[in-house]
Design a protein around this ligand. Sequence first.
Ligand SMILES: [Zn+2]
Length: 315
Amino acid sequence: MNVPEVIDVHVHYTRNRQQEKVVFNHPGWPDEWYNANPEGISQWFQDEGLAHIFAINYIDINRIIDNRVARLPKGSDEEAAARKELQPQMTDRVRQFNEWVCEYAKTESRVTPYVNVDIGVFYGDQQAMMNELEERLAQGAKGVKIHPGLSRFYPGDEKMFPLYERLSSLGVPILSDSGSAGGREPGSIAYGEPDNFIPVFEKFPKLRFIMAHLTTAFWDERIAIAKRFPEVYYDISGGFYQPNGNGRARDAHRCVPIEDAARYLKTIGTDRCMFGTDAPGSEVRGYVRTILGLDLSDNEKENILAKNARRFQSI
Ligand SMILES: [Zn+2]
């Protein structure tokens, strides 16, 4: 097999080296290793063998808010007031980051911009969410990132419907986190559990959708979804469970074990799985090596590593 082209559809790109150092800190690393940003992109692409990335915007603003109010008495009026004050500030941060990535991508053809717009980061304000969506689409956003787990909403929340409707009619895709990350309401299942997306796929059968983290916790639910909903694609960020192997399994032993990786990818359909890593939180090259080592044909590997993404996004 020749050196394959690699497209990573799940990168948390940052504005600059300094921001990457803060958000994805690795103690002891030299500054020159923080390269998932405009300053380092060429070096990074060379080091990791990348041809193209999708910049998947997300800021975990709820965690920032939780940290800021952590010293206030839980459930107090004081805490509630502090949250109320912080929320719009954090939403603005998301909006500014979205604006930045769209402007930036106009100057960098190797980056496809996905903006974060969901009801969670707008704290229930549907109109504000839709305004942001329209503004970014006009600005050139090529996709939308949602994160039910960290933004704390169920994907089937009706407040999301206008957004799904609009994207469905335009053919603009969503990439959504799925799985165990983030929260759950007491006594219920995780916001991002794959089965929670079924009402969305039923109601919006034409919505173009990338369900992230195919290989991670609740992987069994993703098989049934693949069979029922042909418009659903997957990214394989999160990795396979392989003690001491390359890459990092986000849910450890809850991920698909490496011994079953090829069989699982074939069951889902190797033309529907796209390479992704969650970089810079995870490394790229190790995971490419893992995929190349699987019992798949060259054609299947090339599809997963780049060609499916090229077709999906028309790049
Ligand atoms: Zn991610």
